[in-house]
Ligand binder design. Structure first.
Ligand code: FMN
Length: 196
């Protein structure tokens, strides 16, 4: 798919067919996900990838699949063939900026934004676009209880799961289009040319 087309087609899909995802396609998606930028090239990013149905079901429970069902959504979390949890470790940034070649270049203590979250967001978008590029669908949601997710998946205490990316084959999900009727802000509204 052309880049512009992938950007246009991307949207959060909240209904999946249970068919498995080709592992080679999944590898390409994950590879795209790790190619994003990171402050100082700290690379404090990890992906936990879950395909086992029982673990997906456990994640779906933690992340509130029942709540979605009661709002009329299909069981999209447990049905999506793949769950990817992008995780960031703040310590990787602190370690990187303590290195000799970073002396005097600021770092986490001087930043007005914790850049590990920014880099995690960049990785998230790459995953979402790469899924579209593979002809697949993807969604994203808050993990609700990060400690429960950490304990289920053995994620270390100093690593933060950003959320859960669902990847799979799209089913009919007419309820899922951009926050149910809330339109995207027009370009001229979003862009402030030369100054705000
Ligand atoms: C940081 C972030 C958190 C989100 N959390 C949830 C969530 O918990 N549940 C959900 O269904 N969608 C979630 N979304 C998806 C948004 O609702 C969705 O991106 C937005 O409505 C725009 O729709 P689109 O991505 O399909 O264009 C989240 C998106 C982002 C970027």
């Amino acid at each position: 798919v052309e880049f512009a087309e992938a950007v246009r087609r991307r949207r959060m899909v909240r209904a999946y067919r249970p068919d498995p995802v080709d592992p080679v396609a999944l590898s390409r998606i994950l590879d795209a996900g790790r190619r994003g930028p990171s402050a100082g090239f700290s690379q404090g990013l990890d992906f936990v990838v879950v395909t086992a149905p029982e673990t997906r079901l456990a994640l779906a429970r933690i992340c509130g699949e029942d709540g979605y069902s009661s709002r009329g959504f299909p069981p999209w979390l447990s049905t999506a063939a793949v769950h990817v949890l992008p995780c960031v470790r703040e310590g990787a940034y602190r370690e990187r900026y303590a290195a000799a070649d970073k002396a005097g270049s600021g770092g986490p203590g001087a930043w007005h934004v914790p850049y590990w979250w920014v880099d995690g967001g960049a990785a998230l978008l790459l995953l979402l676009l790469a899924a579209v590029d593979e002809g697949l669908a993807a969604g994203f949601l808050d993990v609700a209880d990060p400690d429960a997710v950490r304990s289920l998946l053995g994620i270390p205490a100093d690593v933060a799961p950003l959320g859960l990316v669902t990847i799979g084959h799209a089913a009919n999900d007419e309820r899922a289009s951009s926050s149910l009727g809330r339109g995207r802000r027009p370009l001229d509204d979003v862009v402030h040319r030369e100054r705000w």
